[in-house]
Write a protein that binds this ligand. Structure first.
Ligand code: SAM
Length: 305
């Protein structure tokens, strides 16, 4: 999705190509070379930030996970000296941007979800491939008090049903909620394996996708208030764009995509701008072959008037 992200951010032409066009068309050099400012609201390991920096743009990065922020800092230190990284929640994008002087930006990008180092970590509990890991799932363990196992051990039946219904069908959510309550009386939930055990027989395997995928995702969304954070961040992002500035969002499940779609339509209704993607842009087959996670990626873009 990286090339599509750059395209929709209006950064697809690298600096040397822009220079050629500028010379040929004799466009005013000062305006075409004013530095573009971009906020990468989900820095992760820094892949997007590096490419955006490579176009000559000045990047402000936001990353909630201190461990990911360390990885990004190291990887961007040399290649992107002007990059500024804030460890924080993108729900606070407006105040972070204002403090850092990124109040009228060229573009803002969100690449939602979790990054590979988080997924493969043996201790964070983000993947059902590590059954012995503690069922934690907090993106920001320093500031978030409630882990995934805390939720499973404390919520009542209707709250558990509501939590799982973000990604699971009603009857699946109900059966899982009942089973969790039965099992936690015998032994509190501690590990990823405990949760996988509880999902057995409830979810049908769809293709190659592990049946625990959807309840696992619902739990992560709840632990990190992912949908609430996204809603606040998108609404505030519109205030931070300069005229012609763009928001580009890559989402990975329908809960996220619906928020992006509805919020952009709301912006249009309010006369703030236009949606650049009539339908969401999806990954090519070739990209999905290299990166199977891209199969559920959807890109939407909005441009401010
Ligand atoms: C899919 S990864 C981004 C990968 C990145 N584009 C790259 O090229 O490496 C998503 C990142 O967003 C971070 N994230 C998730 N929710 C966040 C939030 N509310 N505020 C800031 N960062 C968040 C995650 O910790 C993760 O590192």
């Amino acid at each position: 999705m990286l090339s599509e992200v750059l395209l929709y951010l209006g950064l697809d032409a690298p600096l040397h190509t822009q220079a050629k066009v500028t010379t040929a068309q004799s466009i005013d050099m000062s305006s075409s070379f004013s530095v573009k400012t971009v906020i990468d609201a989900t820095v992760g390991a820094g892949g997007y930030s590096r490419e955006i920096c490579g176009t000559g743009a000045k990047v402000l990065g936001i990353e909630i996970d201190p461990a990911m922020a360390e990885i990004a800092k190291l990887s961007l230190k040399e290649s992107c000296p002007s990059f500024k990284l804030i460890v924080g929640n993108f729900a606070n994008i407006e105040s972070i941007a204002k403090i850092e002087g990124f109040e009228a930006v060229w573009g803002i990008v969100f690449d939602l979800g979790v990054a590979s180092p988080q997924l493969i970590s043996l201790t964070r509990g983000f993947s059902f491939k590590n059954p012995d890991a503690l069922l934690d799932m907090r993106l920001d363990p320093e500031n978030q008090g409630v882990s995934a196992s805390d939720l499973l051990n404390a919520l009542d039946k209707s709250s558990l049903m509501k939590l799982f219904s973000q990604t699971c069908q009603f009857h699946e959510s109900k059966r899982l909620a009942v089973r969790i309550i039965e099992e936690r009386i015998l032994k509190p939930f501690e590990t990823v394996g405990d949760f996988i055990e509880a999902t057995k027989g409830i979810f049908k395997k769809r293709g190659i996708v592990n049946p625990a995928t959807r309840p696992f995702l619902a739990l992560r969304i709840a632990v990190n208030s992912e949908l609430e954070n996204l809603q606040v961040a998108l609404t505030d992002s519109a205030k931070l764009l300069k005229p012609g500035g763009r928001i580009v969002v890559v989402s990975f499940h329908s809960g996220e995509d619906q928020i992006v779609k509805k919020t952009f339509l709301q912006f249009v209704k309010l006369g703030l701008g236009r949606v650049l993607t009539k339908k969401p842009i999806v990954a090519s087959r070739a990209e999905i072959e290299i990166n199977p996670r891209a199969r559920s990626a959807k890109l939407r873009a909005f441009e401010k008037n």
